[in-house]
Design a protein around this ligand. Sequence first.
Ligand SMILES: C[S@@+](CC[C@H](N)C(=O)[O-])C[C@H]1O[C@@H](n2cnc3c(N)ncnc32)[C@H](O)[C@@H]1O
Length: 231
Amino acid sequence: MTAETAYHGDMGRQFALQATDSVYNAHTDRPAMLRLAGDVSGLHVLDVGCGAGHYAAELLRLGAVRVVGVEGSETLLQAARERLGDRVVLRRHDLEEPLDFLEDQSFDLAVMALVYHHIDARGQLLAELRRVLRPGGKLLVSTTHPTGDWAYFGGSYFAEERVRLPFGDGFALSYVRMTLETFLGELLGAGFALEELTEPRAEPESRPLDPRRYDKTQRQPHFLAVRLRRP
Ligand SMILES: C[S@@+](CC[C@H](N)C(=O)[O-])C[C@H]1O[C@@H](n2cnc3c(N)ncnc32)[C@H](O)[C@@H]1O
């Protein structure tokens, strides 16, 4: 169980802190994804790459009855345990491997926030999410925006390669930069139907937290988020 791209040790601790109240995670990605989720009351939810449990906490607050979080970093799982206690089932797992500990059609909703681009075995992961979702269930996916990646890394927009983005105090996020065509093509090719796509900007009230990053989200796309339906 390696989960090489998971945020281990100090990198995980830094992410857990920043995800609590950062312009990007707490005030751009999370509100957009939770809006896409709609009414979650009574739902059984799988949180794929649950990090420090920020999504799981919100999903429970909004009425989800069962949340299972899967995550490759023990550091982040510990942070999630501290945040959530025994209100969710948390499991350490490398998302490059099948979700064979989860039953077929046992979830109404799967939330995969800012995780998909880290994974190489994306076709297998999508097939597994399709298997564990009930027919009519929803899949939410957010990722780095292809245009934002192009603006940052340069070169050809069509370059599809693993990149390293500096993160925190001396760390780097390793992920696959891909085009919009590839991202959507993979999701649709796995048999999901696209319901909505959004390019979120930070919530206005978050500007005082970090005016430079806030202003950047208003002129340059940073994330992309979609809601899909499992037929
Ligand atoms: C940007 S964080 C998002 C966390 C959480 N979804 C959130 O939005 O707060 C990416 C997460 O994916 C996890 N991750 C990356 N690669 C993984 C892998 N191969 N297996 C399991 N988890 C992985 C990281 O440890 C981290 O928690």
